[in-house]
Ligand binder design. Sequence first.
Ligand SMILES: [Zn+2]
Length: 129
Amino acid sequence: MTRKIINARISPDLYVKIADKAKKKRITVSNLIRNIVEDSLDISDDVLDLVDEKIRRYIHTEENEVIGYQSLTLAKQTSCGFCGKELNKGDHVHVAFSENLAASAVICDTCKHKQEKQTEQHEHASGKE
Ligand SMILES: [Zn+2]
């Protein structure tokens, strides 16, 4: 594996801090920086995933059942509010309006179909009672 090199300008103060820390840990400055960057990327990814999960679960709760859809042509890049898929400018997407309007979301075609199926199953299930 070829390694890439990153150059970053830092203040002399910061350099002293980093060099000091590396010395204490008995590792090279470059190892220390690599560890810090790797750790911080791992953590922020995990945190972002958690936040996304929470938002999606919130939108999917019963109280926020979708009451309607509206087609929309995207004027800018965004991501699906349910699955997180990247949506590009010009894509035909849907706005899912929830009873709680604050939880309305831009969603992709796939998620709209999934959501519609779920609602149908819901209606069938309650009809049998
Ligand atoms: Zn989606």
